[in-house]
Design a protein around this ligand. Structure first.
Ligand code: NAI
Length: 355
């Protein structure tokens, strides 16, 4: 891969590499777009096969953040960072986190870090010792755990899915949840409060038992959850779960969940879902609640504005469904909406040669 060419093709603004001599930290920050504002995105700690692999990941993820923030109606761009671990499961250290904090600080707020795979709330607190441009962590001051807000956003996405087919409540509906981690467990509780019947699965037996006991859910095996008969299927575990093998076996009318990139081949799999008449609420629209919470706090939103912005996920999802017949899929309709918002944002900026 030619890095500059790849940046140009994807429309990236900056890609910064960093090596900290003292701790050995190797990291990349990719800022895809600041057309709508500074850019918030998670810090991922991962052991990549090689540097090209890491660069590809950070370019792909940061681009995705631009579209997610734009659809969420935030005055935020898109960025992401990766820390290249020397070995799998390399333990976190305060020095490593502080070195990453210094790297983030060197971008003066153009990039705002947050948690992602491999980064704990504690690690986030340590980054915060060196920069103000990080959100999340253990305290509520920087937004804390975004998962409850992500779960609430998924509920709004589900409400839009119901309204699209002329229904308006969860009572009497069955929702299957794959994965009962931070988001899935909150989602289960919110759905139970709204009268939905639940079918759930997770590799962690204790998590399953807790939701069975507290929400009256029915437990099934991890092999069966995707194929459970239900009204809505909520993937809240991993990406790439829907493909040519799984889609023909689904027994749901709609898909709406928190996991990112759930379609293995976005074009072909959207087509397959459409052929089976399964309504797909695009992941990056409905899982934006956590981002809205953290970015909104960073931008100085009041609690009421935060709530309103997360609630707007419902209308955005409905808009996407309405636009979908003019596009090849709901995913493409969402992407077109995001691109338009970013183009409008860029056009509204003062041209550089007019300064
Ligand atoms: P988590 O790591 O807390 O929970 C994931 C759960 O899925 C774990 O309990 C795991 O055991 C389970 N799991 C893994 N493979 C499974 C399988 N095959 N069948 C059933 N269960 C399985 O992650 P979290 O934070 O709850 O996030 C869930 C998904 O949503 C992830 O893909 C994440 O990237 C995405 N997401 C999370 C956000 C957040 O605010 N936490 C925001 C946006 C997206």
């Amino acid at each position: 891969m030619r890095p500059l060419e790849e940046m140009m093709n994807r429309g990236h603004e900056h890609v910064c590499y960093h090596h900290d001599q003292a701790t050995g930290l190797r990291a990349i920050i990719a800022v895809h777009s600041t057309a709508l504002g500074n850019a918030l995105g998670g810090v991922r700690r991962w052991c990549y096969q090689d540097e090209t692999d890491a660069l590809f990941d950070v370019l792909r993820l940061s681009e995705g953040m631009t579209w997610k923030a734009a659809c969420a109606g935030l005055a935020m761009g898109g960025a992401k960072s990766v820390i290249l671990l020397p070995e799998r499961n390399a333990p976190i250290s305060r020095d490593e986190a502080r070195a990453m904090g210094c790297f983030i600080d060197s971008l003066h707020g153009t990039y705002i870090g947050a948690e992602d795979v491999g980064v704990s709330p504690e690690f986030t607190d340590w980054m915060l010792e060196k920069t103000n441009h990080v959100m999340g962590g253990t305290g509520e001051g920087q937004g804390g755990d975004p998962s409850p807000h992500t779960a609430m956003g998924v509920i709004y996405g589900m409400q839009a899915s119901l309204r699209h087919v002329g229904r308006d409540q969860f009572t009497g509906l069955t929702v299957a949840i794959q994965g009962l981690g931070s988001v899935g467990s909150h989602l289960a509780k919110l759905l139970q409060e709204r009268g939905a019947e639940l079918i759930v699965a997770d590799h962690h037996e204790d998590r399953v038992r807790h939701i069975v006991d507290t929400c009256g859910a029915q437990a099934v095996s991890c092999d069966d959850i995707l194929f459970a008969e239900c009204d809505i299927l909520a993937p809240c575990a991993l990406g790439a779960v829907f493909d040519e093998d799984t889609i023909p076996r689904l027994r749901t009318s709609a898909i709406c969940g928190a996991a990112n990139n759930v379609l293995r081949d976005p074009d072909a799999d959207s087509e397959r879902l459409k052929d089976r008449n399964i309504l797909y609420a695009p992941d990056f629209i409905v899982n934006a609640g956590g981002l809205i919470h953290l970015a909104g706090l960073y931008l100085g939103y009041t609690p009421a504005q935060l709530q309103e912005s997360i609630a707007r996920i419902e209308q955005t999802t409905l808009d996407v469904f309405e636009q979908a017949p003019h596009h090849s899929s709901t995913g493409h309709a969402a992407l077109a909406m995001a691109r338009k918002r970013v183009e409008d944002g860029a056009a509204a900026k003062e041209p550089i040669n007019a300064r």
